[in-house]
Design a protein around this ligand. Structure first.
Ligand SMILES: N[C@@H](CCC(=O)N[C@@H](CS)C(=O)NCC(=O)O)C(=O)O
Length: 210
């Protein structure tokens, strides 16, 4: 099976999929799409991903988009080294954290929303930064309360889909100036991930277009 990941180093959704691929030990072709050049809005990319959003994972030429769907597909197709627990309630708890991040935190400070705040609403970069920090901090405060209080990762000592989504969100939060030490469990998980082979390989700074 041939996997091609159309993505960019610093995008947190792209970062999620790189972590999942690395945790599964899967090889893939890295295709950089330059957001600064609006390459995600070019006709050839939009033909693959009509939303014009990154990432897209091409599977034998078939484009998959939306990181929750991509990670779930990876999990179903490559069940070894699982990212979801075997018990249904435990799986729901992991998916809950992934959804909190993917649907309730990240979209509020996405590139398109940020551009609209600056250009359409005429706000300043300082207002934008405070806006992003607010939703990340509120979101992390809730995540901190629903992940397990102990263990190397969100749910136990092995990474799950929750960590696949959390660690990229923490990376962006740190870049945006959120004080992660206010969330001790999340900070500890992030520190553990920084020593984990798959998370290191997927880190934005290690990518060809970094
Ligand atoms: N819900 C989507 C979000 C994708 C997304 O927002 N990707 C960002 C990565 S930076 C993007 O392409 N932004 C471009 C834009 O907002 O114009 C997913 O999980 O895949």
């Amino acid at each position: 099976m041939k996997l091609r990941l159309l993505n960019t180093a610093n995008s947190s959704p792209s970062h999620r999929v790189r972590i999942a691929l690395a945790l599964k030990g899967l090889d893939y072709e890295y295709v950089a799409v330059d957001l600064r050049k609006q390459a995600h809005k070019a006709a050839d990319y939009v033909a693959l991903n009509p939303q014009g959003l990154l990432p897209t994972l091409e599977v034998d030429g078939v484009p998959l988009a939306q990181t929750i769907a991509i990670v779930e597909w990876l999990e179903e197709t490559f069940p070894n080294l699982p990212l979801l627990p075997s018990e249904a309630l435990a799986r729901a708890k992991v998916r809950r954290v992934a959804a909190m991040i993917a649907t309730d935190i990240t979209p509020l400070h996405s590139m398109r929303v940020s551009k609209a705040i600056l250009k359409d609403l005429g706000q300043t970069p300082d207002v934008l930064r405070a806006w992003a920090q607010r939703w990340m901090s509120e979101g992390f405060a809730a995540v901190e309360r629903v992940i397990d209080p102990h263990g190397a990762f969100c749910f136990g000592d092995e990474p799950t889909m929750a960590d696949v989504f959390l660690v990229p969100a923490v990376h962006i939060a740190k870049v945006t100036g959120v004080d992660i030490t206010a969330f001790p469990r999340i900070a500890a998980i992030d520190a553990r991930a920084a020593e984990h082979r798959a998370f290191v390989a997927a880190h934005p700074s290690r990518q060809p277009d970094a």
